[in-house]
Design a protein around this ligand. Structure first.
Ligand SMILES: O=C(O)CCC(=O)C(=O)O
Ligand SMILES: [Fe+2]
Length: 363
């Protein structure tokens, strides 16, 4: 998709293919926050000693995380040990990036399939309706695969801050995966080992304010393909989750310094469907822009995807083991097909309207 103009106004909204079908439009306001998504403190996560009949702090935290993964596949964490200064620097510099003149951002233009950089709306091919966002993305792990020519080099300090951020988040994600491995009755490293050599990709989302937010989405409904995602969001609000296939939605309450953690498809398959892959989207609003920074922890492309444990009496939810790359491609082509089929059906319906006999029109 060629870069659309970075004019985020009414004309652009109506002329450039952002307007969603009615069934996809936001159902819940961006700032009507729900407390259904658990907020879990990680304070004492390494404390494994229980006392007579009292669970260790680690065991308590594990129980909460596991329950959240079984119910929603999404939760928030606080007291995670990541320096608040690092989080505010990361957010400040990311915001500054998006305020740069268009030609600065377009130095990293990733249209035409470049791996990493800046783009308007989406880096995925063939989207039928556009997302109301700008994004910058870079691949941060494995380190040997880093291509710094695709990482933004402005504002000045950003590159060093993003490096530190990536390293710290890799550590935090692995800690959570340890908990989930233990919950499956496996050794601590089981999930990270299943990723072989874990990839990490960061996507910084900037959602400009929008004159008619009720018609569009900042980011359409999806599940993340990878193992686990850690999302840092500002205080505006707009992340929404559903666990009934999009019938009802809740808006995740922004909490200063917290990460939203959500499981992706890979995590779902490894657990044989026990842990949900969170179904989510981002909505925008007319009052202020919003920023979110998603850190995706993914398996290596050739890692084999298969349930690590199938409980007695259960069936595997996968017919056969496939590589993560194959899994990802299948997902993307299925999503595209669905979107195209929907578009086609809409067009057909409109054509039918056009050829309706005159008496029908006035009926
Ligand atoms: O901006 C958000 O809150 C959601 C971002 C997200 O889901 C993604 O980047 O995959
Ligand atoms: Fe996502």
């Amino acid at each position: 998709m060629a870069p659309t103009s970075m004019k985020w106004d009414q004309n652009s909204l109506l002329e450039n293919g952002f307007v969603r079908d009615e069934d996809e439009r936001p159902k819940v306001p961006y700032n009507k926050f729900s407390n259904e998504i658990p907020v879990i403190s990680l304070e004492g996560i390494d404390d494994v000693e229980g006392s007579d009949g009292v669970k260790s702090r680690r065991a308590e935290i594990c129980d909460k995380i596991v329950k959240a993964c079984e119910d929603w596949g999404i939760f928030q964490i606080v007291d995670h040990g990541v320096d608040a200064r690092l989080l505010s620097e990361m957010t400040r510099l990311a915001k500054e990036f998006f305020q740069l003149p268009a030609e600065e951002k377009l130095r990293f233009d990733m249209t035409g399939g470049k791996k990493g950089g800046f783009i308007v709306s989406s880096h995925l091919q063939g989207e039928t309706v556009k997302d109301w966002r700008e994004l910058v993305t870079y691949f941060s792990y494995p380190i040997r695969a880093r291509d710094y020519s695709r990482w933004p080099d402005k504002p000045n300090e950003w590159r060093s801050v993003t490096q530190e951020y990536s390293e710290v988040l890799m550590g935090l994600a692995c800690k959570i995966l340890e908990v989930l491995s233990e919950a499956m009755g496996l050794e601590k490293e089981a999930l990270t080992k299943a990723c072989v050599d874990m990839d990490q990709k960061v996507v910084v989302n900037y959602y400009p304010k929008c004159p008619q937010p009720e018609l569009i989405l900042g980011l359409k409904r999806h599940t993340d393909p990878g193992t686990i995602t850690l999302l840092l969001q500002d205080q505006v609000g707009g992340l929404q989750a559903t666990r009934d296939g999009g019938k009802s939605w809740i808006t995740v309450e922004p909490i200063e310094g917290a990460f939203v953690v959500n499981l992706g498809d890979h995590g779902h398959y490894l657990s044989n469907g026990r842990f949900k892959n969170a179904d989510h989207q981002a909505v925008v609003n007319s009052k202020s822009s919003r920023l979110s920074i998603a850190t995706f922890q993914n398996p290596a492309p050739d890692a084999i995807v298969y349930p690590l444990k199938v409980n007695e009496g259960d069936k595997s939810i996968m017919e056969e083991p496939i590589t993560f790359m194959e899994m990802y491609k299948k997902k993307m082509s299925r999503d595209l097909e669905l979107a195209r089929a929907k578009k086609l059906a809409n067009e057909k319906e409109q054509d039918l309207e056009k050829v309706k006999p005159v008496e029908n029109i006035f009926a």
